[in-house]
Design a protein around this ligand. Structure first.
Ligand SMILES: [Zn+2]
Length: 584
């Protein structure tokens, strides 16, 4: 088994456009795509597309496709593992020798056990440290039960406290290194990573301790120290408190920046809060949130850095179709401070009266300019018009256009037509891309269809669009998981669809690179083809539902057709079976 972590690392280091370009000259063809002569069949006009967004390639001439690993396998004529070695050598990454599944699982088990033992050690040390307890209870205003609930702990000062304890329990130095609990210094000696810090265990949705956050006591730097990425833990793919948040029956998720913000909010009575782990919000984390919530209330710090982070998060979250609101903390610097000073009832009111992300964005743009100055004012209008042109809801747009024209004393008509021009320009460039793609799609309809001769196009296209929707927007997972089991699929696309569903269920990555080990080459090519053919199509819920209905219709027609061709006796048996299954 090759770990997703290694594959992710490899994928980040080996950009597909760069690798392919070292074999075939690639030319940009807009929208993050490149085109070049396919090395796998003879051609004079280029028909191989490389997509930077999905890190995949597909040849519209011969149907070759896949990710960077498939490309290397094909062009260098290598086996999968050899191709991984080839690429990791090129990228100067250590190749993690393939271990069989059970050793990998055993290692994971040992690391999890090490984390549990460490968490217990930290918790006990906290009970013995009156000073740290005082800090948590007086300054942080945490109740004893909250400390218990989160399993907060304390890493004493000194470089070998934890190491000695863990060795006495029978863990090896290698295991401690692998769990990122200790590090090796320049003199080859190992030492505790967490020293003189309050410890916050990070627990995943399976209630496993996968890592730790450590907050310095006093002015020690860095203020926060998190576990480094390990076999168990990847900070860009996890969220603090998701284990508690997912049990709360609500459509709203509060998103904060810090552990203590989340802890304070839980103590105030709201479990539905998660925090990022010392990095800016990632798309992956946003996708995870979208599996549990429809509305996100952002509650970041109120300083400039927090405002910038909020705007960034608003973009990522709204792109996934989530409703995003922003909490107004007034004069308080973060939700922790707010709750300490105002209590939980006021915090609840603040959540309910949080402003829509649109208002927040508008104010953030406005605050960048001094609108008394003419130059600033025209710069502001330009920026705000670009922003307006990206708002998809026409009514929302109109509200802001009216508001701005009144506030800034600008002719409503002028502003309106300026914004409309920007929108038209954007639509035009999009249409062009779709047109280009339509031509390519027509060509592609003739390839890779060998196993689907009898099945009408519309059903195959429906399958492809469902797969594409799920791949590009994993937030369709919940919907599809409910209404579209993989046996609705008619062709072998079912295999691909099944793997995507299974992995999303387990919160595993679904990029092609990670699928290479679970899907055969044929399926990988198919998937690349599907993504390539539908690259420019914007998929919304209605389209997905229509596709699912198509597949259901096919199943029904097929059953009826079968029934019409049966003999009298067969028909009797057939109905018996149906009655039995429905308990009639
Ligand atoms: Zn080709």
């Amino acid at each position: 088994m090759i770990s997703d972590f290694f594959l992710e690392q490899l994928k980040n280091a080996c950009r597909i456009e760069e690798i392919i370009n070292s074999y075939v000259e690639l030319k940009p063809s807009g929208g993050g795509r490149f085109v070049g002569l396919c090395p796998f069949h003879a051609e004079k006009t280029p028909s191989m597309m490389v997509y930077t967004s999905t890190q995949s390639f597909y040849c519209f001439g011969c149907g070759a496709g896949g990710d960077v690993i498939s490309f290397i396998m094909k062009i260098e004529n290598l086996e999968y593992i050899e191709a991984l070695k080839f690429l990791s050598q090129r990228a100067k990454i250590d190749f993690i020798e393939d271990e069989n599944n059970s050793t990998q699982k055993n290692i994971k088990k040992r690391l999890l056990a090490a984390n549990v033992a460490a968490a217990k050690f930290f918790y006990k040390s906290l009970l013995n440290s009156a000073e740290t307890k005082r800090y948590l209870m007086r300054e942080r205003k945490l109740k004893t039960e909250t400390i218990k609930k989160f399993g907060l702990g304390f890493a004493p000062d000194g470089s070998l406290n934890l190491t000695k304890h863990m060795l006495s329990l029978g863990f090896s130095v290698d295991e401690l290194l692998e769990a990122k609990l200790v590090a090796r210094g320049s003199g080859k000696k190992v030492y505790d990573i967490f020293r003189n810090r309050i410890i916050i265990p990070i627990i995943n949705t399976k209630s496993e301790v996968i890592g730790f956050g450590g907050r310095a006591i006093g002015n020690f730097k860095p203020k926060y120290l998190n576990s480094k990425d390990s076999l168990l833990f990847k900070k860009t793919n996890n969220l603090f408190n998701l284990n508690l948040a997912k049990t709360e029956k609500t459509d709203t998720m509060i998103l904060v920046e810090g552990y203590f913000d989340a802890i304070a909010i839980v103590q105030a009575g709201f479990n539905n809060v998660v925090a990022t782990l010392g990095t800016a919000l990632t798309t992956k984390q946003a996708q995870i949130i979208s599996m549990y919530a429809k509305r996100v209330v952002l509650s970041y710090d109120s300083d400039q850095a927090g405002v910038n982070a909020t705007r960034r998060a608003v973009n990522i979250l709204s792109e996934l179709g989530l409703q995003v609101d922003v909490l107004n903390l007034g004069a308080y610097k973060d939700p922790d401070e707010f709750i300490k000073n105002n209590g939980s009832v006021r915090f609840k009111n603040a959540i309910n009266s949080s402003v829509a992300a649109l208002d927040f964005e508008f104010n953030a743009i406005k605050n960048k300019f001094d609108l008394q100055k003419t130059q600033d004012k025209s710069q502001f209008l330009k920026e705000v018009a670009t922003w307006l042109s990206k708002i998809t809801n026409q009514l929302d747009r109109e509200v802001f256009i009216s508001k701005i024209s009144t506030e800034q004393n600008i002719d409503h008509q002028v502003l309106n037509s300026y914004v409309n021009n920007l929108i038209k320009r954007r639509i035009k460039s999009k249409e062009k891309a779709v047109q280009n793609n339509a031509v390519k799609q027509l060509i592609s309809r003739t390839v890779n269809r060998e196993d689907n001769q009898r099945i009408p196009q519309k059903y195959i296209i429906s399958e492809e669009l469902i797969i594409c929707a799920l791949y590009k927007n994993p937030d369709f997972f919940q919907l599809l998981n409910e209404i579209c089991p993989s046996d609705l699929f008619i062709t072998k696309n079912a295999i691909i669809y099944d793997v995507l569903l299974e992995r999303l269920k387990e919160l595993q990555a679904i990029e092609i690179t990670c699928l290479n080990s679970v899907l055969d080459q044929n399926s990988i090519e198919k998937l690349s083809g599907i993504l390539a053919r539908n690259n420019d199509i914007l998929l919304n819920k209605d389209i997905v539902l229509e596709c699912v209905n198509n597949l259901k219709r096919y199943k029904q027609e097929e059953t009826e057709l079968k029934a019409s061709q049966m003999s009298g006796e067969e028909l009797k048996q057939y109905f018996k079976k149906i009655y039995k299954s429905k308990n009639i």
